[in-house]
Ligand binder design. Sequence first.
Ligand SMILES: Nc1ncnc2c1ncn2[C@@H]1O[C@H](COP(=O)(O)OP(=O)(O)OP(=O)(O)O)[C@@H](O)[C@H]1O
Length: 224
Amino acid sequence: MLTARHLTKSYSGLQVLKGVDLAVQRGEIVTILGSSGAGKSTLLHILGTLDSQDEGEVWLNGADTGALKGNRLSDFRNRHIGFIFQFHHLLPEFTALENVCIPGLIADDKGRKAVRERAVFLLETLGLKDRIQHKPGALSGGEQQRVAVARALINQPDIVLADEPTGNLDSVNAMELHQLFLQLRDQFQQTFVVVTHNEALAGLSDRQLMMKDGRMVDERNIPA
Ligand SMILES: Nc1ncnc2c1ncn2[C@@H]1O[C@H](COP(=O)(O)OP(=O)(O)OP(=O)(O)O)[C@@H](O)[C@H]1O
């Protein structure tokens, strides 16, 4: 599904990624742990084509993402990659339903009715049936983040990349969000790469990777 080979990245002389390799299978939830500054977000941004590597390759579902430029790149990103960030970045003047529809309408390949139907289906699946017409300001933090999850899924992406998705949630909502990722993996074979500081939540994932000083240092399986 996703393969990254020997990724390097420097910012003004500071080498942040020092040759990172990664392979993620379809339907797998991989978490990336590591101390602050280890390079986790930089890696996630490169995997998500939001930033470009200095060296190395990223292949997503058969496409060499480094070869994509301009509109082809933004179109590929919108269709194939879902993003969830620490802060949900929902548009405050639009309802939950409209926020979820926007990436689907931008993709412009399904028609408004089909996009709306899928958005309603996702919001219902994520337990937000009664919140569909609410604007973000009228939703709790956990509900807002679930709307962001629905938005990430609207175009049936190959992979969802999540950067500290629970960083702004209390422990109950954080646990619920991770349970939701497991549900989406089981129900839709959805693939996730999740950067988190929360080791307990990472323990729920299929595979945990540890980054240190720009490298993958350790790979642990789920604790028994
Ligand atoms: N756009 C940028 N310009 C310059 N330096 C950057 C940029 N992005 C990241 N860095 C630097 O790269 C290093 C790694 O940052 P990164 O955000 O990838 O770490 P992280 O492991 O995600 O940390 P955290 O857990 O604190 O989010 C840091 O020293 C950071 O200051």
